[in-house]
Design a protein around this ligand. Sequence first.
Ligand code: SF4
Length: 248
Amino acid sequence: MEATAKTATTRRRRKLRAQDVMDCLGAQYGPVQWHVRYSPAEELVYTILSQHTSDLNSERAFKSLMSAFDSLHAVADAPVDAIEEAIRRGGLAKQKAPRIKNVLCQIRDEIGGFDLSFLAEMPLDDAKAWLKRLNGIGPKTAAIILCFSLGMPAMPVDTHIFRVSKRLGLIGQKVNADKAHDILEPMVAPQDVFAFHMYLIQHGRQVCKAQRPLCGECPLAWGCPARPKIEREAKRSARKPAAKRKKV
Ligand code: SF4
């Protein structure tokens, strides 16, 4: 009993580490299983479609695109307005259609097709650099392709991971999203990067939400440096009349 109390005190005092996140969120959400969703080039197209829209919309837009055109070659050859029409339901079709066509044409010009499996044979940093040279491909898209399609230990950082990592103090308050990839990725062993990514996303969606995070239900509350401020603001907000309540 004494040992348990001492452990709890020690945990409260020390800075929370990435391994604590793995342990606590692993216990909370259970094991995660990596499986291939799309080929790397398809994943790239899907990621462009997923920008600024929900998973449901991006899936619909991707299905609609792939049923309108038989292959990525056909998408690359299609007029931009035909691509735009096919992906309209995903939102921002005017911006996404030329982006998809341009990047597919660039890849095909360089390697003669869309088989990007050679990236898995490259060192991780070289594979990232190869992708980031492509038009409109940043650290997040590169990491998604390498992690989801090729099973490489790259850490995609989306809006949920960025927010939760900052609240947990894993990254500094002034770190930007691009830099966060390089900081978070080496915090866990390569074989844990995919699970680290999945746990933080799930936690950001279900508990550590952008508005009104559920700190009282959070298994990381014991070490979270953001919790006291968030709870103070939530109490202050609860005391205000409903019309004047500020979102926390
Ligand atoms: S304690 Fe609150 S702010 Fe911290 S990680 Fe949990 S839900 Fe997010």
